[in-house]
Design a protein around this ligand. Structure first.
Ligand code: FES
Length: 125
């Protein structure tokens, strides 16, 4: 896992007809290779975007046990391990898999267009 990648982050205007909504640039596909992840700010939260075996997944970088940052504790397959108390989350679904976390963390849509990975916080649509 490589961590934070330098990316050119641009938020697209909701009124720009070339985009359906406020998709956020995450990274070039070539910069987010299998096993990598990056964390990008999105409004009031951070979104962690993972490349797992060529598939992209985005989850809120917040542990539902105590509200701390979820990334940084390691990953085993599709499981992200909280660095604080070891709760595990499924990166694909956000599901809390082990105590002391019981509530899922949010997941977000991801798309790849023109060699760029995008995500968006769709919770308030
Ligand atoms: S803050 Fe994540 S397990 Fe406690």
């Amino acid at each position: 896992m490589s961590g934070y990648l330098p990316v050119d982050q641009r938020r697209f205007n909701r009124n720009d007809d070339s985009f359906m909504s406020d998709w956020i640039v995450v990274a070039n596909v070539t910069d987010l290779t299998p096993g990598d992840f990056t964390v990008i700010p999105a409004d009031d939260t951070d979104i962690a975007v993972f490349n797992i075996d060529g598939s992209f997944f985005a989850i809120e970088d917040v542990c539902t046990h105590d509200g701390g940052q979820l990334t940084g504790g390691g990953r085993e397959g599709c499981q992200l391990i909280c660095p604080r108390h070891g709760a595990r989350f499924d990166i694909r679904t956000g599901e809390a898999l082990t105590a002391p976390a019981y509530e899922p963390t949010a997941t977000f849509p991801v798309k790849v267009e023109g060699g760029i990975v995008y995500t968006r916080d769709d919770r308030w649509d």
